[in-house]
Design a protein around this ligand. Sequence first.
Ligand code: ZN
Length: 258
Amino acid sequence: MSHKKSKLLLLSLPLLLSSCAQHNQDITNAQHSVASETQEELYILPGLDHGLVQSPINIYSFKERESNHHKITFHFQDEIKAIENLGHTVQLDFAQGSTINYEDLTYSFKQMHFHTPSEHLIDGVTYPMEMHIVTNVPPKNSTEKPRYLVIGVLFKMGQTNKFLDEFINLIPKKVHSVAPLNPGSVKLHDLFPDDEETNVENFYHYRGSLTTAPYTEAVEWFVLKHIIEASPEQIKKISAIEGNNARHIQGVFGRSID
Ligand SMILES: [Zn+2]
């Protein structure tokens, strides 16, 4: 991977996000209803307008990659305003204001949520947890399709994670309930080791889909290469709420991962 310093991702911190993928569907049922002939076709859903760019996927870390020329800029206003227990996931909601600029589009941070275990695999390995930071460009009218940019962060067992500690005991016990958070108490930039400036080459990038219904194929995926540590207790706590909510990996079908 080359090191063009020009592809920079400045992250002027505080951050924010907002909408993510919809998670309110029973993926498991959908997956189980499919029969297919090859491994790669497994879990293609009936009725889905499938452009062969579904997510998640397995990413090979050692593959030669073309140097990518994306430029991405984060404007983090670190305002996370609420935490939700949605039963199938734990979700943090952003206040309005944080954006990411990528290829002439401005995406707004909506929310972030967790999957246990990870949805993306790295070199065939599943990690115990993955977080998705969801941003979108809201459609201007009913005919325009939404566009998403999702940042994926994988977790492995290790040291207690400072960022998770800021809210893990505040997750509402009751399913489908929301608890407000004190402004500034949960800081997404505590998750990233080098918070002031992040190079786009710290991420695997590919084009894919939402991993929950309606599986919209309009997602710019950025999966952080660095695997973040969290304690087994932290991961267990989130996993106990969500259960297994990871979609099966999908075929790559010749897509480039840069
Ligand atoms: Zn997700």
